[in-house]
Write a protein that binds this ligand. Structure first.
Ligand SMILES: [Zn+2]
Length: 342
């Protein structure tokens, strides 16, 4: 079965001029659904780009039907800015500029902010033809890889399960623009149009790491298999998952001020009761306190997670105040039962 792969571009007309955004278009001989995969809608969230490079390699060998549209640098001007939004400066919080968070602008606006113009350009070429959208984001390094699902869309639970990342986080936010947001997220926009999709937050911004790429690749491959685009069986469906916010979760707090020195673990890791999590070195008398897991579970948070940790180096600093949460451990549970309200 031949798979045709081409590199194509979408031209966005920004206030500063045109920008050509490249994407891979893969088409099998046989008709089937169209899977859109996007990464780097926030320019510092780039791990999904490498997921796509690898997914494309597998798809070239194993794709049996349908199309894949792979946009590894979907918000290219923000990637070139090396920051979340096209307009972000040093330490600019994500939420500061109304209309500039591209993932609150779908379906975009030709006359809007440059972010809304990028969405507007991508929409007819990539979003409209898509039956399913897998949108890779990244959150800070101290938080576990998570599939985001909305309780308003029951099928989202199934697709969150299919990603087989350790954590899923549900929200019950109403779909649609508001005073605080000029437009939708890409996935809410897909749902509103009667299409399907899921957002996966990989762990770690401003970087591409092997372990997260492997997690993202398994998620993307599973979804492509379940949509019928790739042959084979999904991997990891027998592994436990943590469904937040319902799952039992335990916070381990700093017993005193000091520097938190982690013990070589990472978010999503399994820990056993009594396992060493790290040490806290007091800034007053250099007293060292061992921090151990009070229960077995999976690391949801590992390290001090402050506001603006996603844009500020100082916020990533491991100096903790007494009472700060340093580690959160969650137990696996059953997925939520959702009644269709649509
Ligand atoms: Zn993001």
């Amino acid at each position: 079965m031949a798979v045709r792969s081409t590199v194509q571009t979408v031209t966005a007309h920004l206030s500063t001029g045109e920008v050509a955004i490249p994407y891979w278009s893969l088409a099998a001989d046989r008709d089937g659904p169209t899977l859109l995969v996007t990464a780097a809608l926030h320019g510092n969230e780039v791990q999904g780009a490498e997921v796509m490079r690898r997914l494309r390699g597998a798809a070239m060998r194993k794709m049996t039907c349908g199309r894949m549209l792979l946009a590894p640098m979907a918000n290219l001007p923000a990637v070139r800015n090396r920051r979340p939004h096209i307009t972000s400066g040093p330490e600019t919080p994500y939420g500061v500029a109304f209309g500039y968070n591209i993932n609150r602008t779908w379906p975009g606006d030709a006359e809007g902010t440059d972010s809304a113009r990028v969405a507007h350009a991508l929409h007819p070429v990539l979003v409209e033809p898509a039956d399913f959208a897998l949108d890779f984001h990244c959150w800070p390094l101290m938080r576990a890889t998570t599939a985001l699902f909305n309780h308003a869309y029951p099928e989202a639970v199934r697709w969150a399960r299919s990603t087989c990342v350790r954590f899923a986080l549900g929200s019950s936010r109403p779909a649609g623009p508001s005073d605080a947001e000029p437009g939708d997220t890409l996935i809410r926009h897909m749902h509103r149009r009667g299409r399907r999709g899921i957002c996966v937050e990989l762990s770690g911004q401003y970087l591409i790491g092997r372990r997260e790429v492997a997690r993202g690749l398994r998620a993307a491959t599973n979804i492509a298999i379940e949509l019928g685009l790739l042959g084979g069986e999904p991997a990891g469906l027998d592994e436990p998952m943590v469904w937040l916010p319902d799952a039992p979760i335990e916070s381990i707090r700093a017993p005193h001020d000091g520097l938190f020195a982690p013990a070589g673990l990472a978010p999503s890791d399994r820990v056993e009761a009594g396992q060493l999590l790290g040490h806290l070195i007091s800034d007053r008398d250099l007293a060292v306190t061992e921090l151990r897991a009070p229960l077995a579970g999976y690391l949801w948070t590992y390290g001090r997670f402050r506001d603006h940790v996603d844009v500020s180096l100082a916020a990533q600093h491991p100096f903790a105040d007494e009472g700060d949460v340093l580690v959160e451990i969650a137990e696996a549970n059953e997925p939520p039962k959702i009644e269709w309200r649509g």
